[in-house]
Design a protein around this ligand. Structure first.
Ligand code: G4P
Length: 529
């Protein structure tokens, strides 16, 4: 098969949702359709169980599972589908943000009863900003939930999307009978007393056909016709180009648990979802069809075995073919590296692969060369954009609790930060280290892993910070900037990339600085123009 057709058949995407909306269940059903797994229950949920905050065995178990489910690949209708795992737990939101830099599209799962929830809002906002094509799947239609139109209103308002339904439910909860597929113009019914079986699709080009009454009863037929009329009047027609531009989001209804509406979603997905998209590097835009290989690290996973400190760096191939044993340039380090056992992922297995194509994810064994955001090329100096750090929510000093193990502690902190577990800030004034995280859970993870993987002990001390802001002076030589550096010295730190960061201790002091030093720009992410 030619290089071009290998690219054209890849679909790399992520499923995002608030925890419990049904992401794991949907993933599993998609894998079943792809024949990648044989039975339900095979995909382990990687979510942190409620109340597991201080249960380290649980955290370790999760880490094991999350290696296995980082990438789930399968074939369906000649397409190679790569599902990238996105943790739903809010303490791991940064992980998910980073994974979203490696997807070409997403499916957003929403619980029909709960509607749009907090985590969905945050994740969709990131996708919207990056114009990632999105399909919405409204799940759990077998339960009582919100009215379909109200829910679509909510999706539009809270998520800032423009939706158009491609399927529509017939009834809901107790009265749920099935789904009218607007895209394919057919009906699928829930069958049997327990409504657990699903009928084959029944073609229905024209819903005014009196056969509809026979099939679903008079009331439901009248309601469906009215609803479809309303859909046609209110929502824009589906246009693939608008979807690909991130301007229009098709909506499907179904029940992942009952495998209802999932095939429709998948069939439509393989038809409309984009193949690997071009990616913007700092230097230029790179197209998947270019012959020279380039790719970037979006995730690093430490191995489970604490004795072998090797890690798996996940690389998304952007252009060219990635080949085993071929030297590639690590752009940041300026050195060539060869990989003798690159891993490809298939369902829940990983295996050594000779050649990978744009859209694929390759897992590379690493002994400490990689950081999140690193780029590999065939020699060109490319740096991929779009992997910023965000201001953490929590900040604490980290102290060494075992003076004999200072080296181990520093090494451990360094490597955990490269993995993206948290962010390290080193204070300008006294060199003290401050760890910033998205959730409190990470402090426990760091402490536990430092001890078990590096033999180092740490303690924390509160450090009150409202927000970390990356500093960009309009003129680095100006008196204004020098004054800012002098007066605010106590609150200045360096991040891992040696960028200057202002740690504002309150909203008030942030505002004061912004007013007093208009020539000093403060950014809430590490990446700015
Ligand atoms: P997540 O990955 O988004 O966190 O959600 P997950 O798939 O784990 O689903 C959360 C819960 O919702 C699970 O129940 C799952 O069985 C249920 N669920 C998923 N899809 C549907 C659906 O279409 N209808 C209904 N009624 N329930 C659905 P649980 O009791 O938390 O877990 P489990 O014990 O069933 O595994």
């Amino acid at each position: 098969m030619s290089f071009k057709s290998e690219i054209a058949k890849r679909r790399t995407f992520g499923i995002i949702s608030h925890p419990d909306a049904g992401k794991t269940t949907l993933t599993e059903k998609l894998l079943l359709f792809g024949g990648a797994i044989q039975e339900a229950g095979a995909v382990k949920s990687n979510k942190i169980k409620k109340g597991a905050t201080s249960d380290f065995m649980e955290i370790e178990r999760q880490r094991g599972i999350s290696v296995a489910t980082s990438v789930l690949a399968f074939y369906y209708k000649d397409k190679k589908i790569n599902i990238l795992d996105t943790p739903g737990h809010k303490d791991f939101a940064e992980d998910t943000f980073r994974t979203l830099t490696a997807v070409d599209s997403v499916i957003v799962v929403i619980d029909v009863a709960k509607g749009v929830e907090e985590q969905t809002e945050k994740l969709v906002e990131v996708c919207r900003m990056r114009q990632i094509p999105m399909i919405v799947f409204i799940n759990k239609l077998d339960r009582e939930g919100k009215d379909a139109f109200d829910l679509m209103d909510e999706v539009e308002q809270k998520l800032g999307l423009t939706v158009t339904p491609l399927s529509f439910p017939i009834g809901m909860g107790y009265d749920f009978q099935g789904i009218y597929n607007i895209y394919e113009k057919n009906i699928q019914l829930f069958q049997g007393g327990t409504k657990k079986k699903v009928s084959d699709s029944i073609a229905f080009e024209d819903v005014n056909d009196p056969g509809l009454e026979e099939l679903i009863g008079e009331n439901a037929a009248v309601a469906l016709r009215e609803n479809l009329e309303l859909v046609e009047g209110v929502y824009p027609p589906f246009e693939r180009e608008a979807y690909l531009q991130g301007q229009l989001q098709p909506v499907f209804f179904g029940s992942a648990l009952n495998n209802f509406g999932v095939r429709e979603l998948l069939d439509c997905f393989v038809e409309i979802a984009p193949p690997p998209r071009p990616k913007q590097a700092e230097e230029r835009e790179v197209k998947p069809g270019e012959t020279e290989m380039s790719g970037f690290v979006f995730k690093i996973h430490a191995n489970m075995d604490p004795k072998h400190r090797d890690r798996l760096a996940f690389i998304k191939i952007v252009s060219g073919t990635f080949e085993r044993n071929k030297p590639y340039q690590h752009v940041r380090l300026g050195k060539n590296l060869k990989f003798s056992s690159p891993n490809a992922f298939f369902a829940e297995k990983k295996e050594i692969v000779d050649t990978s194509y744009p859209g694929d994810i390759v897992g590379l064994h690493d002994t400490g060369n990689f950081k999140i955001g690193d780029t590999l090329t065939e020699g060109e100096k490319l740096n991929y954009k779009g992997i910023p750090s965000f201001s953490p929510e929590h900040f604490r000093y980290i102290n060494n609790a075992d003076p004999m193990k200072a080296k181990q502690l520093n090494k451990g902190i360094d490597q955990l930060m490269d993995e993206g577990v948290a962010q390290l800030f080193t204070l300008e004034m006294n060199g003290r280290k401050v760890i910033g995280t998205v959730g409190a859970l990470q402090y426990e993870v760091i402490q536990y892993r430092l001890e078990h993987e590096y033999g180092a002990k740490c303690t924390y001390e509160p450090f009150p910070v409202h927000k970390a802001c990356w500093v960009q002076p309009t003129d680095a030589e100006s008196d204004e900037y020098k004054d800012f550096l002098r007066v605010r010295q106590k609150y200045l730190a360096r991040d891992k990339r040696n960028q200057l960061v202002f740690l504002a201790d309150s909203a008030f002091s942030l505002q004061m600085v912004q007013q007093k030093y208009p020539g000093v720009k403060l950014h809430f992410t590490s990446e700015f123009e």
